[in-house]
Every structure is written in structure tokens, then in C-alpha cells.
Design a protein around this ligand. Structure first.
Ligand code: PEP
Length: 249
């Protein structure tokens, strides 16, 4: 059975004091047992977040990592470094990393391979840009993104893969895909996985939706059959909003 997941991507927000305040508020809430709740702070706050969520159900993920094991990559963080502070999950392929740091499906395939080799779980982000949807090529774009970055993996690696479909036009814009648009793409993704691997693997893969999920639209989006939760940006920075989304199933 696939898991329901709500993950908060904090991006370059929340210093030490803000991290403490937000996690104190999240820790004070009674979380549903059937939803995995994750937060992804900046690298500098990962250890703090791990400490503050010790003995709670809240999991801590990283926002990125380098494909190389070690070496002359100034400013970068390796899989082993994440594991060394007990981080088990990493977000890869976020559209901001693709747009501002030139990450491509091919370079992401390398990061994915490294993460899997190191036993890390991956939240893999992908999705089309506005023009691609207008040109009606979004299905092709999504298929290519998955094929290049993930479909060479053996089936056994997929127990460590969480997908996050994030249409770029809906990220941080206040524009959300309609629940029907999200369902259409999620069902398409599940079908692609079933074709490439098998139906059971497709059924067991959690596919999150990301793009301006807020307390007022989360229930409708999460009620879609193939939507297994959300990757949350802006609303994850506010404890009340994030908790309402966590409770929205
Ligand atoms: C994101 O950055 O992954 C995201 C979904 O952001 P927002 O919720 O702010 O659109």
C-alpha cells in the first residue's frame, strides 16, 4: 500500500530561531498516524531540525545533494554527509534547481543513481512549464523527464522513490492545477510506471502534487484517486497552514 505524504520544502527560509519556532508549533500538534510528515530545511538547519524532531513522527529531508562521492566541489554536499547526520531523504530535481542551477534530466539521473546507491530515499520533482502546457506537449515532457532520470533504475530501487509532480506554472504563483488536471497527470504517470515496470510497482509508488497547495484547496486535491499527498512550498512556512494541509486527507 502506498503512503500518504505531506512534505514541506522550506527552500532558503528559516534561520535558527525561525526553525525552532516552526518545529515547536508542529511538534505541539497531534499528527495523523497514516500520513508521513516531512520538512526539508536548508542544509545549515538539518542537524537542528533532526534534534528538535527526535522522538516525534516528523521526518527531516534535505533539499539537494551532489552526484559525486566527494572532491573539489566548493559549496556542495554529498550523500554520505547527509547520511552522517541521519538524513534519509533528499529532494532532487526541484524546478528552481533546474531553472537557476542548470540541473537537467541527465544530471539528475546521476544524482538519482548516487542517492540510490547510498540507500537514500528520493523525492523526485518534475513537471512541465506553462508554454509546454499551452503547446499541449506536457505529457511528452513528463514522460521524458521520468524516462531520462528514473526509468533506467532497477525495480528494486523504486521502494526509495517518491514522485512529486509540480507543474512549474503552479509553483509559488498562487495558480493551482485543478484537481482534475492533477488527477489526469498522476494517472498518466502511474500508467507509465506500470508499462515500464509493472502494475504492482506503479500502485505502490506515492505520487505527490506540488504547486500552490494551501489549506483551502488541499482536501479537494488530495481526494483525487492518484494523488497521494503534496510537496508544499509557501504554506509550509506557516505552522497553522501546514498542519491544516497535513490534516486535509
Ligand atoms: C514547491 O516549491 O515545491 C512548491 C510547491 O511551492 P508552492 O507550494 O509555494 O507553490
Amino acid at each position: 500500500m502506498r503512503k500518504q505524504i505531506v512534505a514541506g520544502n522550506w527552500k532558503m527560509n528559516n534561520d535558527t530561531l525561525e526553525t525552532a519556532a516552526l518545529l515547536d508549533a508542529l511538534n505541539a500538534a497531534a499528527l495523523p498516524e497514516d500520513v508521513r510528515v516531512m520538512v526539508a530545511p536548508a542544509f545549515t538547519q538539518l542537524t537542528q531540525a533532526k534534534t528538535l524532531t527526535e522522538n516525534t513522527a516528523i521526518e527531516v529531508a534535505a533539499q539537494n545533494m551532489n552526484a559525486a562521492a566527494s572532491g573539489a566541489y566548493t559549496g556542495e554536499i554529498s550523500a554520505k554527509m547527509l547520511l552522517g547526520i541521519d538524513i534519509q531523504t533528499v529532494i532532487l530535481g526541484h524546478s528552481e534547481r533546474r531553472a537557476y542551477y542548470n540541473e537537467t534530466d541527465a544530471s539528475l539521473a546521476e544524482k538519482v543513481t548516487t542517492a540510490i546507491e547510498n540507500g537514500l530515499e528520493i523525492i523526485f520533482c518534475f513537471g512541465e512549464e506553462l508554454q509546454e502546457r499551452k503547446d499541449n506537449v506536457h505529457f511528452d515532457v513528463i514522460e521524458r523527464q521520468l524516462r531520462v532520470a528514473l526509468f533506467d533504475l532497477p525495480a528494486s530501487a523504486w521502494k526509495n522513490i517518491i514522485l512529486a509532480y509540480e507543474p512549474v506554472w503552479a509553483i509559488g504563483t498562487g495558480e493551482t492545477a485543478s484537481p482534475e488536471q492533477a488527477q489526469e497527470i498522476h494517472a498518466f504517470i502511474r500508467q507509465l510506471i506500470a508499462k515500464q515496470y509493472d502494475a504492482a510497482l506503479a500502485e505502490n509508488t506515492s505520487i505527490l502534487y506540488g504547486g500552490s497547495v494551501k489549506p483551502n484547496n488541499a482536501t479537494e486535491i488530495f481526494s483525487m484517486q492518484d494523488v497521494d499527498g503534496g510537496l508544499i512550498g509557501g504554506a509550509a512556512l506557516n505552522a497553522d497552514d501546514f498542519l491544516k494541509i497535513v490534516m486535509a486527507f
